[in-house]
Design a protein around this ligand. Sequence first.
Ligand SMILES: *[C@@H]1O[C@H](CO)[C@@H](O)[C@H](O)[C@H]1NC(C)=O
Ligand SMILES: *[C@@H]1O[C@H](CO)[C@@H](O)[C@H](O)[C@H]1NC(C)=O
Ligand SMILES: *[C@@H]1O[C@H](CO)[C@@H](O)[C@H](O)[C@H]1NC(C)=O
Ligand SMILES: *[C@@H]1O[C@H](CO)[C@@H](O)[C@H](O)[C@H]1NC(C)=O
Ligand SMILES: *[C@@H]1O[C@H](CO)[C@@H](O)[C@H](O)[C@H]1NC(C)=O
Length: 452
Amino acid sequence: MKINPLPLLLCFTTLINALEIDIQDKKSICSASSQVYRGMMDYYDGDNYGGVVGMFQPPYYWWQAGHAWGGVIDYWYYCGKNESVEQVLYDSLMAQTGKNFDYIPQNQSTTEGNDDQGFWGIFVMSAAERNFTPPHEDSDVPDWLSMSQAVYNTMWERWDTEHCGGGLRWQIFEWNSGYDYKNTVSTACLFQMAARLARFTRNDSYVETAETVYQWLIDSEFIVEEETTRVYDGSEIGDGNCSNIVRLEWTYNFGLMVSGAAYIYNYTESDEWFARVSHLVNGASVFFDDGILYERACQGPDNCNNDQRSFKAVFSRSLAMASVLVPALYDDIRPLLESSAEAAAKSCSGGSDGVTCGLDWTTGEWDGKYGLGEQMSALEIFNSLVAPLSPAPFSQEDEGVAVGNPNAGIDSDSTDLAHQKLNITGRDKAGAAIITALIMLSIIIGAIWMVL
Ligand SMILES: *[C@@H]1O[C@H](CO)[C@@H](O)[C@H](O)[C@H]1NC(C)=O
Ligand SMILES: *[C@@H]1O[C@H](CO)[C@@H](O)[C@H](O)[C@H]1NC(C)=O
Ligand SMILES: *[C@@H]1O[C@H](CO)[C@@H](O)[C@H](O)[C@H]1NC(C)=O
Ligand SMILES: *[C@@H]1O[C@H](CO)[C@@H](O)[C@H](O)[C@H]1NC(C)=O
Ligand SMILES: *[C@@H]1O[C@H](CO)[C@@H](O)[C@H](O)[C@H]1NC(C)=O
């Protein structure tokens, strides 16, 4: 039986210690990470009776699993390639890829958004870049790179020039509310995939896509590029020009942009991309309170939902990746990661295990909050410290072995779900619509708070 950590919290709080980390010592960091990972797996569903491999327990959505595993695969890679962790990752990659190997599995097809597919795409891309255990050779399963390309190809096919001159809608399917919202996160996931495929395959066609996507984000003013670049949330399509920008700044949107730009720079070595990454890195300062990372848009009003509580994870991963791929910016970035990791460790001092992580890292102690997002964020800020000690993501030019298939996902004989007439019941549609309506509502409430 799984024990819910909540009821046990209070009685044990006097017995416990915070996670101790020495930020100069890899062993100490990896040992802290393994404890945080263990806490994260309390929410894992795949080894429960009736649970789904690759998924975390409700209320955590499918996308968050893809996002979580993206951090776990880095932990696996940086901290000694633990075999039990490897097995969980492998099983999850295989269980959720779907029959077209593009991370639109049947179970998710009524609710999946572009960003949801994007986060699983980012995870499988990491598998390619780390030479992660390939799918068994005797199966007809394509390699991790092909799956990444299938995600990219299906997302790029949805690039919508009919409204607002480009961009990706938040949702893939019309019946989901949020379909009329174009947002940075979906578009930035595509940007990230293009950037990493460019660097991995050395195919400039992906650079062109990345340029197009970046330019659209600038033109639509979802991103305002200055000495310190700002990254906003998105806009309703409205009259067709997406001019009603929601100026919320989330760490994960920012993270996807800064690491994507870093990948492109690392591959192209162009001055223009160097300037873009630097301006983004300068802009990161809005997410730090006295050197400590925080989710300003919701930690301020103290209304972070389950999704938002995990955003710092992708930000930490991304900023670390920028410091690896753009060594000239390492000294600017590193101190922010170190001070945030030390603060995060102090917040990992709650719960019955004494090492449950909190949401707010600025207080020097556990803030009483806990959940998958809190564990993910702590894991990834710890990862960020050890990232420079392992080889950078591989490419086909060095040790990357995946061969890929540039037409994956859009081969004539594959049946792309997004283009198929789906047999979906009214009840599924209603359920999906309610979920997205709730998410929209929380965005609007957040926006109102920002204005006040
Ligand atoms: C799809 O959902 C059902 C019901 O929750 C579950 O039994 C099944 O394992 C899921 N399949 C996949 C591939 O996730
Ligand atoms: C690998 O990870 C599992 C799960 O966290 C842990 O129980 C095990 O001790 C680890 N193995 C090694 C060799 O560190
Ligand atoms: C968008 O359309 C509205 C209404 O047609 C117009 O007032 C506004 O100036 C347009 N904005 C941009 C940026 O084109
Ligand atoms: C790309 O990243 C690698 C790995 O960190 C680094 O050695 C190399 O200098 C980077 N390239 C550029 C142009 O900064
Ligand atoms: C490069 O990528 C594009 C876009 O996916 C693809 O059409 C083309 O075939 C690729 N070229 C090579 C040589 O793989």
